[in-house]
Design a protein around this ligand. Structure first.
Ligand code: HEM
Length: 398
């Protein structure tokens, strides 16, 4: 068994596009990831992705960005306004949980604080299961927690959400059919034949795929931006008054900090890899997104640094490979990151994506890293994520 490791940007790009390489990053996390979209291959993957992709339309993004999400951001900030302090990681979880619950199809009928707390707790357990590959904890202990969390999720959230949708689908209720993953899977039950446990994991996976990645990207971007401002104080006005520049800060930071530092694949048959290497089915293909995204040949001599003014070569994205490429490329990218701006983009009707929207709100409230509290990395994972990031803000801003 050979490990084929790609750290060169162009080779990594080609490797991600090879159709005979299947997903293997989540093999350890199958307790929550078995047969979910990102782990499927070939026709099965194509069929489910095509169906689920129907939720990720421009109209839906616009509706969220203009109507739903601003309210969610404000409402979630409310409890912290008195103290003007919060942990950005925790806030990120709360605000994005609401968004991904809507997209996944998880109803929160009570809309109470305790209901949100429960869902938040379950989401964190699912996240620890999905990233078991990078976990520093006892793996059996994490698996047992995930099993319990799935049972609780089922009883409190999934079963009631399924019942409500089935009533609408069977026309026993006059409610409007929601636009979410659960609904689309239930409405197409006949062609998919998904066993219940797969449906359960797919929804739990969506809940966390949307939230966890965006949260960590948000905190990295906030940190990078404030560090950069120390050396570039004259650019404070760009941060405050130029939302397109804020989006560039987020995209640049996302290049430096991909939510998973590597993509892992296994050949489904003997396959030719970039650099004319031959790989066999028991080999591992490691696509190092972290290092490829810092390739100086593509991003220049300062590729290791945060530079929101960076110009990338034609055809390359500011965020590098951080949203993946090829068959598993991120289905929620436009939701989280919006669309790329052009020199003539009108900032008043640009699609910024949810993470930039949160950053804009924080900046408008003069949010800063808390000078009296030190942020900490998350010690429960080998992924370089912030686990605690205290900030202060002005409650009257915004
Ligand atoms: C900053 C935010 C995000 C980042 C950095 C990110 C990153 C990624 C990456 C790198 C992949 C590819 C994984 C691989 O190749 O193994 C991926 C796939 C995926 N992402 Fe995202 N993601 C983000 C936000 C979202 C959101 C908001 C959603 C949904 C609401 C989402 C849903 C998915 C799904 C379902 C897949 C699997 C697609 C497939 O296999 O066909 N992601 N994401």
């Amino acid at each position: 068994m050979v490990d084929h490791i790609f750290t060169d940007y162009n080779e990594a790009t080609s490797a991600l596009r090879i159709k005979d390489l299947k997903q293997s990053l989540y093999d350890d996390g199958e307790i929550i990831m078995d047969q979910v979209l990102v782990c499927l291959h070939g026709d099965e993957h194509k069929k489910r992705r095509k169906l689920e992709n129907k939720i990720f339309t421009r109209d839906v993004f616009q509706y969220y960005e203009n109507t739903i999400f601003p309210k969610t951001i404000n409402k979630t900030l409310e409890p912290y306004k008195k103290s003007g302090k919060m942990d950005l990681v925790d806030y990120g979880f709360r605000v994005l949980l609401n968004l991904t619950a809507d997209f996944s199809g998880i109803d929160r009928p009570e809309k109470s604080i305790s209901e949100t707390e429960t869902l938040l707790r379950l989401l964190k357990v699912f996240a620890s299961g999905a990233t078991l590959h990078h976990s520093t904890r006892d793996h059996e202990e994490v698996k047992s927690e995930v099993r319990d969390a799935l049972k609780e999720f089922d009883q409190k959230f999934l079963i009631p959400s399924i019942s409500r949708r089935k009533m609408i689908i069977n026309k026993e209720s006059s409610d409007e059919l929601p636009n979410d993953i659960l609904t689309i899977l239930l409405a197409n039950e006949d062609q998919l034949n998904l066993p219940y446990d797969v449906l359960q994991r797919e929804i739990a996976f969506y809940l966390l795929a949307g939230a966890q990645t965006s949260i960590h990207s948000l905190v990295h971007a906030f940190h990078e931006m404030h560090n950069w401002l120390k050396d570039n104080p004259e650019r404070k006005s760009s941060i405050k008054n130029d939302p397109i520049f804020i989006q560039k800060c987020f995209l640049e930071s996302t290049r430096l900090h991909p939510s998973s530092p590597v993509a892992l694949r296994k050949p489904v048959c003997p396959v030719k890899l970039p650099g004319d290497k031959d790989a066999q089915p028991d080999d591992n293909v490691v696509i190092d997104l972290y290092k490829s995204n810092r390739d100086k040949k593509i991003f220049g001599d300062d590729a290791d640094k945060f530079n929101p003014d960076r110009k990338t070569p034609d055809g390359q994205n500011l965020y590098g490979l951080s949203f993946g490429l090829g068959m598993h490329s991120c289905i929620g990218r436009n939701l989280a990151a919006g669309v790329n701006s052009k020199p003539d983009t009108n900032p008043d009707n640009h699609h910024y994506g949810t993470v930039t929207m949160i950053m804009r709100k924080l900046i408008s409230c003069d949010a800063f890293p808390d000078p009296n509290n030190t942020p900490k990395m998350d010690e429960k994972t080998k992924r370089p994520n912030w686990g605690y990031y205290p900030i202060t803000f002005n409650a009257k801003g915004g």
